[in-house]
Design a protein around this ligand. Structure first.
Ligand code: AMP
Ligand code: ZN
Length: 115
């Protein structure tokens, strides 16, 4: 991958590259999905674009179609895990709880959740 698409210091770039182990749930040419190490629901999957974008707004501006594909992949995961019901979270900014600055969708599913 070229310099512009991969950030060497980025944990999720390293996971996508296979340099850090992960429990893979799904992979294609553009997306990678893996289990969160600290699950907040019965099923907690992170979906990331293979290409590095810092957050969801950066991705939306650069490639809205890929953001749409991430949403549809979340739907697929929830269709299989829990009759299509899920919570989809993009923490954006440190003060909102974002700790990894490679855009990721948290897919929380697999159980009935409080409102
Ligand atoms: P956020 O706080 O929204 O940036 O989410 C980062 C998420 O990455 C957290 O839910 C962490 O539990 C998760 N996480 C951190 N390191 C790893 C890892 N090596 N493999 C899987 N998930 C991770
Ligand atoms: Zn990255």
């Amino acid at each position: 991958m070229s310099e512009s698409t991969r950030d060497e210091g980025c944990l999720f770039c390293r996971i996508v590259a296979g340099q850090v182990p992960s429990e893979k749930v799904y992979e294609d040419g553009e997306l990678y999905a893996f289990k969160d190490v600290n699950p907040k629901a019965a099923v907690h999957v992170l979906i990331v674009p293979k290409r590095h974008y810092a957050d969801v707004a950066e991705l939306a501006a650069a490639d809205p179609q890929l953001l749409g594909r991430m949403v549809l992949k979340a739907q697929d995961i929830a269709d299989q895990a829990f009759h299509g019901a899920y919570r989809l979270i993009f923490n954006t900014g440190r003060d909102a709880g974002q700790s990894v600055f490679h855009v990721h969708a948290h897919v929380l599913t697999g159980e009935v959740m409080d409102e």
